[in-house]
Design a protein around this ligand. Structure first.
Ligand SMILES: Cc1cc2nc3c(=O)[nH]c(=O)nc-3n(C[C@H](O)[C@H](O)[C@H](O)COP(=O)(O)OP(=O)(O)OC[C@H]3O[C@@H](n4cnc5c(N)ncnc54)[C@H](O)[C@@H]3O)c2cc1C
Length: 495
């Protein structure tokens, strides 16, 4: 079977680029190994509950933002989204809290009362961040690939933003921590727990520009999607077929197929079939799996092999919980990001300090009457889940220990829950590996750096007709993945 562009993987990244290409007249075939699309964004269903595998917090669904931009091209309607106010609450170890809301005056008042020891500096940090974030968002509308373009191109483009372009142009070299010198450790903990959630790394690692986008998204306003991110995946798949593209489920890809000159010409499927792609092959696999499985490590340049060894992303441990509706009313926000311990002078430790509580909204409870589906997320090192055990019993014991620790931390952070919540199931990095085949079940974007992120777009691989669309090469979250998909679709259709 032939096509112009073959896409390996039906996560949000693969689906978005395939939907755009199909609507622009390209003959696209998307291959997904599972019996449904969505990857990390697909929901987990059990006992009449439908759980999101993530936080259920989606940025950039406002008119004129990236999702509206993409759906304006597609033949299907976007899923229903609703504005969340607050986007979430950050709860600190002393039970004080800051609500991330769009009302600047109230937000700054909240900052001043929770961080009296550095109130002026904390407010100033956010004011600068908001200006830089807004300038970047304006720039995305005419130059979607600004963050990955060369410094010279950035300088040219940002001349339009002359009031703060000097600050932006100088910023790529700076981490967020460089801008936090004047604040207290408490305020830094407040920033770290958010960056860890939104960009998978703390302020000592995340650059100032990606931080400006990530940290201001909850102030711009975040959204819930009816049916969760799985509904977005289904809508994109529908769009591909309506535009004449093909979506093949239960179609695991083994590797790239090469011709005698060593050019990638298509894909070998596990079924024994070979699919020819005359124009391009797009991998929606992680950066490790794109080289390790599709391209083949023997064809991967040694410099990239070395780089891949230095990259790391986290594993996720999830609790799927059933909560009584009255507990949701007591808590007051569907999303609570808990900093469960102060950092002291040491480094931020996500395994010890971070817990995210995310309840489905009242208008889309994804649960039997009077209940809500809740997902709680903790970070975990993936190696422990793959080397720890010698048999399934040890793995189950580790799962049980982790569950007990998270359960206790959850009740300390959110005592209002009381006995109104019960465990339905858990997910570990092994579960994510089984569901998506991501290397060691690692999820989210990578640290310390993305390959080629200084000057080359994230979609470039070592082969001229093979491209990458993955959250491991974009800063984190579906909005930036969608942005990256648009950039790749534009590149392949010369826009
Ligand atoms: C705990 C957690 C919370 C999150 N919360 C949010 C949130 O609130 N808001 C937000 O915007 N983002 C959130 N995210 C991020 C977001 O969900 C992910 O970044 C995104 O879904 C990843 O999409 P992807 O397309 O890069 O890859 P994936 O979802 O990994 O998709 C890759 C696809 O490729 C398929 N595949 C793999 N191997 C093969 C093969 N050999 N052949 C064919 N197919 C194959 C897989 O089955 C999968 O469907 C969260 C992530 C996590 C882990």
């Amino acid at each position: 079977m032939d096509c112009e562009v073959a896409v390996v993987g039906g996560g949000i990244g693969g689906l978005t680029v395939a939907a755009l290409l199909a609507e622009r007249g390209v003959d696209v075939c998307l291959l997904e190994r599972e019996s449904r699309v969505g990857g990390c964004a697909a929901n987990f269903e059990k006992f009449d509950y439908s759980f999101e595998q993530g936080y259920g917090l989606y940025a950039s669904w406002q008119p004129n933002e990236i999702h509206a931009r993409v759906f304006s091209e597609l033949p299907v309607e976007p899923p229903e989204t609703r504005f969340l106010e607050p986007s979430y609450i950050v709860r600190l170890p002393d039970q004080s809290e800051v609500a991330l809301i769009s009302n600047t005056e109230k937000f700054e008042e909240n900052l001043r009362s929770v961080f009296p020891e550095c109130s002026a500096e904390a407010v100033e940090f956010y004011r600068r961040l908001v200006e830089v974030g807004a300038a970047l968002r304006r720039t995305f509308q005419h130059t979607p690939d600004i963050l990955t373009s060369s410094e010279a191109q950035q300088a040219n483009t940002l001349l339009r933003e002359d009031r703060i372009s000097a600050e932006i142009i100088g910023a790529p070299q700076q981490t967020t921590a460089d801008r936090l010198q004047a604040v207290s450790q408490r305020f830094r903990g407040f920033v770290d727990v958010q960056l860890q959630a939104l960009a998978q790394a703390p302020s000592s690692v995340v650059g100032y520009l990606p931080a400006a986008l990530a940290l201001t998204a909850p102030l711009e306003g975040m959204f819930a999607i009816r049916g969760g991110a799985g509904a977005l995946a289904d809508r994109l798949a529908e769009s591909i077929t309506q535009s004449g593209g093909r979506v093949r489920l239960d179609a695991p890809v083994l590797r790239l197929a090469y011709d005698s000159a060593g050019q990638a010409r298509g894909l070998d499927l596990l079924s024994g079939e070979t699919l020819t792609a005359s124009r391009a092959i797009i991998s929606n696999l992680t950066v490790w799996d794109t080289y390790g499985k599709l391209i083949g490590l023997n064809r991967t340049p040694s410099v990239i092999r070395q780089q891949l060894k230095t990259l790391h992303s986290w594993g996720a441990y999830l609790l799927y919980l059933a909560m009584d509706e009255d507990a949701a009313e007591r808590i007051g926000s569907d999303h609570i990001l808990a900093l469960t311990e102060w950092s002291g002078e040491g480094q931020y430790d996500p395994e010890r300090q971070h817990l995210m509580f995310a309840a489905a909204p009242a208008w889309d409870s994804r649960a039997p009457l009077g209940k809500r589906a809740v997902t709680v997320h903790a970070f975990t090192e993936v190696d422990d889940w793959f080397t720890f055990h010698t048999d399934e019993t040890e793995l189950e014991a580790k799962d049980q220990t982790m569950l007990e620790q998270c359960w206790q931390r959850l009740h300390s952070a959110i005592p209002e829950l009381g006995s109104s919540i019960e465990v339905i199931d858990t997910a570990t990095p092994r579960t994510f590996y089984d569901l998506t085949r991501r290397r060691l079940g690692m999820v989210g974007s990578v640290a310390p750096a993305l390959p080629g992120s200084q000057s080359l777009p994230g979609y470039v691989t070592s082969l001229p007709n093979v491209f990458l669309i993955s959250d491991t090469t974009s800063p984190g979250g579906l909005a930036s993945l969608t942005q990256a998909a648009l950039v790749l679709a534009n590149h392949l259709t010369n826009r």
